[in-house]
Design a protein around this ligand. Structure first.
Ligand SMILES: [Zn+2]
Length: 213
């Protein structure tokens, strides 16, 4: 599997991924497009760019990369003056987790699965801000003016939730719902195939209307 991401500036993105240990595997160029395949430990990321650049919304989570020695990578990023936000030691990353932004503004998470012998026990976890995909999505909605919609999920007796909706969810059956963060969390965990919907995607209705037009 090769993960592909469209970038606005391949040179800037290449420099970013090289800080994370990726190295060039192959590359190519045409009149209106370019691509660069990078690899690290058997994993591949393909950077692609077009001219004019595609208008891609910033993603609340683009990639999650694991490292054996997260502190070493954080050191390299620090020297390059990349802003690094520590998000604590969640159960899936006992050696630590940090958040960085790629040159296009997408969130990239870096984690270390197990605590190294030389790392002091994590004592900061209650205080440190935990990364939450839902909170990131809610922040994107908020940055675009927010919403006045109320959460559309009722309790088991049909009573409305009463909280302001913060994210929009969708599923493969085509249903969408605006929900508060607590109910969004419940749906994402409970309903298979549900996902955080983007407000920007024009969707299938737009595609069909263009065909008719
Ligand atoms: Zn709710």
């Amino acid at each position: 599997m090769v993960a592909v991401t469209y970038v606005r500036d391949i040179v800037a993105s290449r420099a970013f991924y090289e800080l994370l240990g990726f190295r060039e595997h192959s590359s190519g160029k045409a009149d209106t497009s370019a691509w660069l395949a990078l690899h690290r430990d058997g994993h591949y990321v393909l950077l692609a760019s077009t001219r004019p650049p595609l208008d891609i919304p910033q993603l609340p989570l683009l990639f999650y990369f694991w490292f054996d020695d997260l502190d070493a990578v954080v050191g390299v990023l620090g020297v390059a003056r990349v802003e690094v936000t520590h998000t604590g030691h969640p159960p899936h990353a006992l050696g630590g987790e940090v958040k960085v932004l790629d040159p296009d503004g997408n969130t990239v998470l870096l984690g270390q699965r197990e605590r190294s012998a030389w790392q002091p026990p994590a004592a900061d976890d209650e205080a440190s801000p935990r990364f939450s995909l839902l909170k990131e999505a809610a922040a994107l909605v908020e940055a675009r003016g927010g919403t006045t919609v109320m959460c559309q999920i009722g309790d088991v007796h049909g009573e409305p939730c009463g909280k302001r909706a913060e994210v929009k969810l969708a599923d493969a059956a085509g249903d969408t719902v605006w929900a508060c963060l607590a109910h969004a969390d419940e749906i994402l965990v409970t309903v298979r195939g549900s996902f955080i919907a983007s407000q920007d995607e024009r969707g299938i209705a737009w595609f069909l209307s263009r065909r008719r037009g």
